[in-house]
Design a protein around this ligand. Structure first.
Ligand SMILES: Nc1nc2c(c(=O)[nH]1)N[C@H]1C(S)=C(S)[C@@H](COP(=O)(O)OP(=O)(O)OC[C@H]3O[C@@H](n4cnc5c(=O)[nH]c(N)nc54)[C@H](O)[C@@H]3O)O[C@H]1N2
Ligand SMILES: Nc1nc2c(c(=O)[nH]1)N[C@H]1C(S)=C(S)[C@@H](COP(=O)(O)OP(=O)(O)OC[C@H]3O[C@@H](n4cnc5c(=O)[nH]c(N)nc54)[C@H](O)[C@@H]3O)O[C@H]1N2
Ligand SMILES: [Mo]
Length: 733
């Protein structure tokens, strides 16, 4: 165990403390959650028991505070409901009846079953389902990739989050980290576009607040007046999925009124003349009609954005979740170059700074173990895949879920449940708890939490590497994901070096340590300090694209995208590194508008039956579905509810607190109504993340979401969902 105190990163290192009685130790950890903030944590341990977790005071971005979710992390670690032993099913599928077995029996059962399925149907009848339950490089996204690639299993395309946005962003500016969030303090105009920063990116807020204090204007564009919108200088409500119209109209105004930075455009962009021609048709008047935003507000937004330099845009993940979500991000990504925002620290775009981290992805993706041509199935279509909707040959006969809870996070919940209920499907789930998905497993395996394992992190919200020192011994017989796959590989007879690496060896391979970004950073220094900033210019001086240097093929912001010629694509990271690039539909190389698929305006026939648009954003107190079972988090989050505008509520005789049924042709769920004008008329909101087994109707919003992809990167279309809402007759207990 590496034990160090929370000293500033540049302090002289001290030798690990000797354990003495009474034994209270301070261990430097790192938050494992799938969140842009990736906090540096401090864990106190007394006699082998963790007694507190707190945010590192020395780490600038964490700044001494955690969030409501991870402040209570010990409730999760020591929960009486933790899975502590492997179990096998002892009742009907989904009954939740299990009996304890040994690890030897569990591993042998899985190996036998995988071998038998593979022999009878071929290995593609087996499929993994995983994401970022834990985000560390060694225990997270790629921990099982070597195993499933070697097995020849169906490749899981994991476009859970930001894949469409990333395709659009990469087409425009390349895979660049973009604006350093710490340099937001220098921004004069901050446009928060589809991001509820105060709930989902809390540690960015102090930088925004500081900029505001220094005179910056902060504008939020969202269909909901969120807590973030309430704290902004201006809130602009927008119809879901119409963001592209607003961005294109902003470009129209900026160009028509000569608010462009012509020198920047000449030196660092391609395709300007074509862009000018393209956006001429996207007038503010047209956009006002499309978005529901008053035309004067569009003019003002465009002018202020262009003229208050440096201006910065924070794009939230939700923007990708409509039919034209990709093109919305394309259009937004063009804006900073048009006005020369990239010239100064604090100007440009913040999307996903993950790209700054020189993670050694090949050492974890292990595409060399993949059989070329192996079938790829997108996890958002798992319900269909399990129930014959995708016509798979061979059909799926075995599923292994780890780091994910597909029943709650994937669309099409009813078919997911039908699929998981199949008697002929062998399902393994590794998790901390008996989740809605684990309840349907044949074999359940106990996983360690972050306090019980070592790991090393990247971040997709800031520029610091964090290191997690293990602080306590695993509870029960829980094991890290890495150990699970070592055991499974051994049982399957896989002998390649990829399958015998210890956790220490995995951590040693996590980064390209020779990369200039890692200068001054070693495993030893990380273990001791807990966190270190990548070797990049200081935030006060850092303007990564002041001189262009975009990561596109041309090195410029590509108004006309050269990558579009290859058709729609999914970045390798999201398709389990599949070497099997499947180009999608051809893509218009210029940004353009694609209206939502399910809206009263584009689909009046559907809207006649289901006139309201359902949004399912993140909850405040859960992390996706993680913590959805923990009492203290449930208290903070309160009962699942549906936010509905008074106009829509009144028309349906709905009052706050009433049970309402939310439904469409795909399914239904029941929650309590919350009538409030913070949501625009025509739109309703139910946060995702609460558990199906804790719901009134044994269903959650996922049962209503479509499995159709957005235009780019196979992104989901959660925000592109029409529903109707009705009072429940009688009351469900
Ligand atoms: N508390 C908490 N924090 C989290 C998470 C969590 O579950 N809980 N999850 C983490 C993860 S995995 C992610 S990806 C991030 C995501 O964090 P965000 O990017 O903030 O994503 P969401 O909360 O889904 O949606 C943000 C806002 O977008 C709005 N929105 C929805 N559709 C549209 C639209 O079409 N246009 C516009 N303009 N706005 C729209 C919603 O009303 C919502 O207020 O948060 C991370 N942090
Ligand atoms: N309707 C709707 N659906 C959405 C979204 C939305 O906004 N609306 N957002 C989408 C987004 S952005 C994302 S990122 C996905 C998130 O989808 P997921 O990554 O599936 O997120 P979680 O629901 O938190 O599920 C993670 C599971 O992993 C488990 N876990 C945690 N640590 C470990 C570990 O070390 N080992 C193992 N074996 N298990 C572990 C947790 O207990 C939890 O059950 O959801 C997507 N789904
Ligand atoms: Mo996400």
């Amino acid at each position: 165990m590496s034990i160090v105190s929370d000293t500033p990163a540049n302090a002289v290192s001290t030798p690990p403390l000797e354990r003495s009685e009474p034994a209270e130790l301070t261990v430097l950890g790192a938050c494992p959650q799938d969140c842009p903030d990736s906090c540096a944590m401090v864990v106190t341990v007394s006699d082998g028991v963790a007694t507190s977790v707190s945010g590192s005071k020395s780490m600038p971005y964490t700044n001494g505070g955690l969030c409501v979710k991870v402040d209570n992390y010990l409730d999760k670690v020591y929960s009486p409901d933790r899975l502590l032993y492997p179990m096998k099913r002892s009742g009907p599928k989904g009954s939740g009846q299990f009996e304890q077995i040994s690890w030897d029996e569990a591993i042998a059962t899985i190996a036998e079953k995988f071998t038998a399925v593979s022999a009878e149907f071929g290995p593609e009848a087996i499929m993994p389902c995983n994401y970022l339950g834990t985000q560390g490089i060694t225990q997270g996204l790629n921990v099982g990739d070597a195993f499933f690639n070697r097995l020849g299993a169906t490749v899981a395309e994991r476009t859970y989050c930001d894949a469409g946005s990333c395709t659009a962003y990469a087409m425009t500016v390349g895979d660049t980290a973009g604006v350093d969030p710490e340099s937001f303090v220098h921004s004069k105009f901050i446009l928060i576009w589809a991001s509820n920063v105060m709930s989902t990116n809390l540690h960015l807020w102090p930088y925004i607040a500081e900029a505001k204090k220094r005179g910056a204007k902060v504008v939020v564009v969202d269909p909901v007046k969120t807590r973030t919108a309430k704290a902004a200088s201006q809130y602009i409500p927008i119809r879901p999925g119409t963001d592209g119209a607003l961005a294109l109209a902003m470009m129209n105004v900026i160009i028509a009124e000569g608010l462009t930075d012509d020198a920047y455009i000449a030196d660092h962009t391609i395709g300007y003349d074509e862009l000018v021609e393209r956006v001429a048709g996207y007038t503010p008047e047209w956009a006002a009609d499309e978005t529901g935003i008053p035309v004067d507000d569009i003019y003002t937004l465009a002018r202020e954005y262009a003229q208050s330099q440096p201006s910065v845009i924070r794009i939230g993940v939700a923007i990708e979740r409509s039919a034209g979500g990709g093109q919305s991000v394309r259009a937004i990504s063009c804006l900073p170059a048009l006005v020369g925002a990239w010239r100064r620290p604090g100007g440009g775009l913040l999307q996903l700074p993950l790209w700054a981290f020189p993670v050694n992805w090949p050492a974890f993706l292990h595409t060399e173990l993949q059989t070329p041509g192996t079938r790829v199935v997108n996890l958002y279509q798992l319900g269909e895949a399990l129930t014959g909707g995708l016509e798979l040959d061979p059909p799926l006969k075995a599923l292994m879920v780890y780091n994910s809870n597909p029943v709650v996070v994937c669309p099409d919940q009813d078919r997911m449940i039908a699929g998981l209920s199949r008697e002929d499907l062998f399902t393994v789930v590794s998790d901390h708890f008996l989740t809605d998905t684990a309840t349907y497993a044949d074999i359940v395996l106990p996983a360690t939490t972050q306090l019980e394992q070592d790991d090393i992190n990247f971040s997709w919200g800031h520029l610091f590497v964090t290191y997690n020192n293990k602080s306590i011994e695993p509870r029960g017989e829980s094991i890290p994901n890495s150990e699970l796959f070592r055991r499974l590989a051994a049982a399957m007879g896989f002998t390649e070096p990829a399958f015998t690496r210890t956790d220490e060896e995995l951590i040693a391979e996590a980064y390209d340590w020779e990369s200039p970004a890692m200068e001054g950073i070693t495993i030893e220094s990380l273990k001791e300090k807990g966190w270190q900033r990548l070797n990049l210019p200081a935030p006060d001086e850092y303007a990564p694209h002041a001189e262009g240097n975009f990561k596109t093929p041309s090195g410029k912001t590509e108004f006309v995208s050269s990558a579009a010629a290859g058709g729609n694509f999914v970045l390798p990271l999201f398709r389990q590194g599949s070497n099997d690039h499947q180009p999608g539909q051809p893509v218009d190389p210029l940004p353009h508008y694609i209206a939502p698929r399910e809206s009263t305006r584009t689909n009046p026939a559907l809207a006649e039956k289901f006139p309201l648009n359902l949004l399912t954003p993140k909850s405040h107190a859960y992390l996706n579905s993680s913590f959805g079972n923990i009492e203290v988090h449930r208290k903070v989050q309160r009962e699942p509810s549906l936010l509905i505008n008074p106009v829509d509520a009144e028309a349906r005789g709905i009052e706050s607190g009433a049970q309402v049924r939310v439904f469409n042709e795909r399914g239904e769920f029941v929650v309590l109504a919350k009538v409030d004008k913070s949501v625009m008329a025509g739109v309703t909101v139910c946060s995702m993340g609460y558990w199906r087994k804790n719901s009134l109707s044994l269903s959650t919003p996922a049962s209503l979401n479509p499995t159709v992809f957005a235009d780019l990167g196979n992104a989901p279309t959660f925000s592109d969902t029409l529903v109707e809402v009705a009072l429940v007759e009688g009351v469900l207990a």
